[in-house]
Design a protein around this ligand. Structure first.
Ligand code: UDP
Length: 408
C-alpha cells in the first residue's frame, strides 16, 4: 500500500521539544516507520521551512520526507500556513504527477493538513484518513488565555464531514468529536498513540545519573514543549512549597531559541520563590537520549492544562517512573489515580506538592507505582497501534463487498 502522509505545518524531521515540534512529530515519524516495516510505502509531505532543505530525504527504504516550497522558507504561524495551503496542495499534486506516482490513501495530521487531505482526496479520488491531535473547540474549552480561531474550528468541522475516517487517541475525545463536531459514529476510530516500549524501559538509575553528571539528590522531571498550556509554573510553585527535608531538583527538559520568553518567565517565578538554584533548564533533548532523563528521575510531573493524549506521561510510565499529572484529557485514560500514578483534579500547586512530597519521602511507594505503571502501558506498544491503523487503511482501500454496496 502506498500512503501519502500530510504533515503540512511541521516536518517529521524537526527536533521534538522545541517550540513547534512535539508529540505529533514523534508519532508521524514512528507510525511511518512501523507501516513501512509492515510492507507499506510512505511519503511524508511537509512545507519547506528552510531554504537549504533538500526536497527529498530518504529516511529509509520505502520511507521519504518530502519538503515542498509553498510560501517563505521559514516557520510561519498557523494562519499564515493556512494562506499557503492551496499552493502546498498544488506542490504535492505536481510532485506526484512528476514522479508518475499514485497513492492508495492519504493520512493527514492536524487541521491544516486535513484541509490539504480534503483537496487531494477530491483530486486523486482515494480515501482520506485524518487525525487532529488537538481540536480547536476542545482546546478552547480547556485552556486559559489562548483562543483558537473560528477558521480552525470551521475547518475541522468540514474536514470531519468530508474525511473517510477520523482517528483519535481516546474514547473521551471520540465523545467530544461526536458531541461538538457532530461526527457520525462509524466515522471515528479510537486508536491510542504508540510508545516505543523498548526504548523507554526501566534501567539503572545510578548509571543514568552518572551519565548525566547528576548528583545524589532526588530529581523531579518535566519533559515537553515550553508553552503556557503545559503548566510548568504550577510545577515550579509546587516545588517551592515542598516541606520535605529530602534534597531535590527540578529538571525541565524542552525548549529552544524560540522559548526564551518562557524560560525567562519561569526562571523569574523560581527566583521569586527562592528556588532558582534548584530548577535547571536543560533545553530540548534528542528523543533517543531521553530515556536517560526518565531513568535518572524519581518523579515525572505533567501539570498540563490540557493534553489530547500526553506521550510524555506514557514514556515516563514505560520507564517505571511514577507520574503526577493533571486530571485532564488523555491523561485521564493513561493513568489510574493511586494505582499507576497520581491525577490531580485542581490545576494549582498545593495538591501537586502534596503528591510529590508523598513520593519523595517514600521509596517503596515510588517503586510500586513505577512498576504498576510499566505493567499498564502494554496497550501502547507500537505493534498493536500500527496494526490497528493498518486495519483502518485496509477497510477503506478494500471495503468488503457488503460495505462497498452499502456505501454506493
Ligand atoms: N520530546 C523530546 N525531546 C524533548 C522534549 C520532548 O523528544 O526535549 C518528545 C517527548 O519524548 C514526546 C513528545 O516530544 O514524545 C511530546 O509529546 P506530548 O504528547 O507529551 O506533548 P505534545 O508535544 O504533543 O503537546
Amino acid at each position: 500500500m502506498r500512503i501519502a502522509v500530510i504533515s503540512a505545518h511541521t516536518s517529521p524531521l524537526a527536533r521534538p521539544g522545541g517550540n513547534k515540534a512535539g508529540g505529533l512529530n514523534v508519532y508521524v515519524l514512528e507510525l511511518a516507520r512501523q507501516l513501512v516495516a509492515r510492507g507499506c510505502n510512505v511519503d511524508i509531505f511537509s512545507r519547506a521551512t528552510q531554504r537549504d532543505m533538500p526536497e527529498i530525504t530518504q529516511i529509509g527504504p520505502g520511507l521519504r520526507a518530502i519538503h515542498l516550497r509553498a510560501g517563505p522558507a521559514r516557520n510561519l504561524s498557523p494562519e499564515s500556513v493556512h494562506k499557503r495551503l492551496d499552493a502546498f496542495t498544488d506542490a504535492v499534486a505536481a510532485f506526484a504527477a512528476h514522479e508518475d506516482a499514485t497513492y492508495d490513501l492519504i493520512h493527514s495530521h492536524y487541521w491544516l493538513s486535513g484541509l490539504v487531505g480534503e483537496q487531494l482526496k477530491a483530486r486523486w479520488q482515494i480515501p482520506h484518513v485524518t487525525m487532529f491531535h488537538t481540536l480547536g473547540e476542545i482546546k478552547n474549552r480547556a485552556s486559559l488565555s489562548e483562543h483558537e480561531t473560528d477558521l480552525r474550528i470551521d475547518s475541522e468541522s468540514r474536514i470531519i464531514a468530508g474525511a473517510d475516517r477520523v482517528i483519535c487517541a481516546t474514547e473521551a475525545e471520540r465523545t467530544l468529536i461526536r458531541r461538538l463536531y457532530h461526527a457520525e459514529a462509524g466515522k471515528v476510530s479510537v486508536i491510542p498513540l504508540g510508545v516505543d516500549l523498548e526504548r523507554f524501559r526501566p534501567a539503572d538509575q545510578e548509571a543514568a545519573r552518572h551519565a548525566l553528571g547528576l548528583n545524589g539528590e532526588r530529581i523531579i522531571l518535566f519533559v515537553g514543549r515550553l508553552e503556557p498550556l503545559k503548566g510548568i509554573d504550577i510545577l515550579i510553585n509546587a516545588a517551592a512549597t515542598l516541606e520535605s527535608d529530602v534534597d531535590c531538583s527540578v529538571l525541565i527538559v524542552g525548549g529552544d531559541e524560540s522559548s526564551r520568553v518562557q524560560v525567562d518567565r519561569l526562571r523569574g517565578i523560581a527566583r521569586s520563590r527562592g528556588i532558582e538554584d534548584r530548577v535547571a533548564f536543560v533545553g530540548a533533548v534528542d528523543h533517543d537520549k531521553l530515556p536517560l532523563y526518565y531513568n535518572a528521575a524519581d518523579i515525572c510531573v505533567v501539570p498540563s492544562h490540557y493534553e489530547s493524549f500526553g506521550l510524555v506521561a506514557v514514556e515516563a510510565m514505560a520507564s517505571g517512573v511514577p507520574v503526577v499529572a493533571s486530571r485532564v484529557g488523555g491523561l485521564m485514560g493513561t493513568i489510574k489515580d493511586g494505582e499507576t500514578g497520581y491525577l490531580i483534579p485542581w490545576l494549582c500547586p498545593e495538591p501537586f506538592a502534596e503528591r510529590i512530597e508523598l513520593l519523595l519521602d517514600n521509596e517503596p511507594l515510588r517503586r510500586n507505582l513505577g512498576e504498576a505503571a510499566r505493567e499498564a502501558v502494554g496497550r501502547y506498544r507500537w505493534e498493536n497501534v500500527a496494526a490497528a491503523v493498518l486495519s483502518v487503511y485496509e477497510s477503506l482501500t478494500n471495503p468488503t463487498p457488503q460495505l462497498a454496496a452499502a456505501g454506493s
